[in-house]
Design a binder for this molecule. Structure first.
Ligand code: S3P
Length: 440
């Protein structure tokens, strides 16, 4: 348990940075690569904890993965081409995305496979994917268990399903899409809008997937047992990682930042829409499409005033990983901000709605919170000169990085435990802070 002590604000900066590759797309690239035929080449794969768990898990399933000149090569053996010994255990570490998506790929596995995770992942709900995967025909050995560790046994007699995804969870939707890849016939999904990287990836590979976009839901049809070839893929920068540096720049004086080559998929930019409504002026330049995904360079500069927001709930799932840092911005707004229907936030790596209210209160901000919503009474003159201890936060990477940003722009003395927690999604976080001028 290494802690960081921050007792000086960061000085103004005018810099250009790159953030690590997108976590969601990287995990999908590796999992989809494992099901292709031939050798895939993946550029800009981050060496974060979640990606290392994915690589190690796939290696245990008999997939050959190696690096040459920082490029990741992965040899796919085709659909259901895993080759492994009996009684293997896969450790998904902190990664809900890897664990849930992998279970989708295992619906045909001939032997029982045990999936486990770290303490934080072991408290998270897996019933949400056990239910649809059972309908395909997969079996879960420890019945009535809704958390990891879990044991899955596949079936040779899979049936396509008709699945309604009502949470706006891309992990549930993608787990079912992956199960459908191995299932003969047409699987139909009606999913509340959420990030659509899996669908775009399969489209990029010309896999027979049909997507009909409706206002609140997407209808997705997957035609299973269709083989696809290996691919080359360039992972874009992660908007969720960029969010910490965007808010840091906004809350300082006289600072400017350009973040290059970031994924701006429309199902991910709820955060930008929300903060721009609050008065930020974040711009996308050099927009282009690479490997089926929309990319841009992001430009942001410091802003003096922020308006409070009554956050439109239809943006929730497109900003789901950014709410902690959005709450920090709301704490400096000139009025009361309200965020509703956020029950999913307490089901992340930590109970984030609860923890956000604890941290904001420690900062002297008035909040009203319940299980689904939060009201933040912003104070534009907020300056801190007390000691704030951030501990017992389940090593949630986003709690760590939000606290560091708060410390660097609000002042006070912050003691933040478990520095290593940021490694699960954003290993370059501290080195980028050094690059923009902070002496850690
Ligand atoms: C993810 C989906 C989201 C998000 C997570 C990554 C994905 O989770 O919070 O960090 O890659 O599909 P849910 O699907 O549970 O909302």
């Amino acid at each position: 348990m290494v802690k960081i002590v921050i007792q000086k604000k960061i000085r103004d900066f005018d810099k250009i940075i790159n953030v690590d590759g997108d976590k969601s797309i990287s995990i999908r690239a590796l999992l989809i690569g494992s099901q292709s035929y031939g050798i895939c080449k993946i550029k800009n794969l981050p060496k974060s904890g979640d990606i290392l768990s994915t690589i190690n898990g796939l290696k245990k399933l008999g997939i050959n993965i190696f690096f040459r000149n920082k490029i990741c090569f992965i040899r796919g053996n085709g659909l259901n081409g895993f080759d492994y010994k009996k009684n293997i255990v896969i450790d998904a570490g902190n990664s809900g995305t890897f664990a849930r998506l992998l279970l989708g790929l295992l619906v045909r596995s001939p032997h029982t496979i045990k999936i486990k995770g770290d303490k934080s992942l072991s408290r998270r709900d897996f019933q949400r994917i056990i239910n649809p995967l059972k309908k395909f025909g997969a079996k879960f050995v420890s019945n009535n268990k809704k958390n990891l560790p879990l044991k899955i046994l596949g079936s040779d007699y899979l049936k396509p399903i008709n699945y309604l995804e009502e949470r706006g969870s891309a992990q549930c939707k993608s787990s079912v899409i992956f199960a459908a890849l191995n299932t003969p016939g047409k699987t139909i999904i009606n999913a509340k809008k959420s990030r659509n990287h899996t669908e775009l990836f399969l489209k990029f590979l010309n896999f027979p997937i049909k997507i009909i976009n409706k206002k609140k839901y997407d209808r997705i049809e997957i035609f299973g047992e269709n083989y696809f070839k290996s691919f080359s893929y360039d992972i874009p920068g992660d908007l969720s990682s960029s969010a910490f540096f965007i808010v840091l720049t906004l809350l300082l004086k006289n600072s400017k930042l350009k973040i290059k080559k970031v994924n701006i998929n429309s199902s991910r930019i709820g955060f930008i829409k929300i903060i721009n409504k609050m008065g930020a002026n974040v711009k996308f330049i050099n927009k282009r499409k690479v490997c089926g995904e929309q990319l841009a360079d992001i430009c942001v500069s410091s802003q003096k005033k922020f308006k409070p927001i009554n956050c439109p709930t239809e943006l929730n799932s497109n900003a789901i990983d950014e709410f902690l840092i959005i709450f920090l911005l709301a704490s400096k707004a000139s009025g009361v901000s309200t965020f509703r229907n956020l029950e999913e936030l307490n089901k992340k790596e930590s109970p984030r709605l609860k923890l956000a209210s604890v941290i904001l209160k420690k900062m002297g901000i008035k909040v009203k919170v319940n299980n689904t919503s939060i009201k933040i009474f912003g104070n534009p003159n907020l300056k801190l000169n007390k000691e704030i201890l951030i501990n017992n936060y389940h090593k949630d990477h986003r709690v760590f990085m939000t606290s560091v940003v708060a410390a660097l722009c609000l002042g006070g003395k912050w003691i933040i435990d478990d520095v290593e927690s940021h490694m699960s999604s954003f290993p370059s976080f501290l080195s980028i802070l050094r690059k923009i001028g902070y002496k850690l």
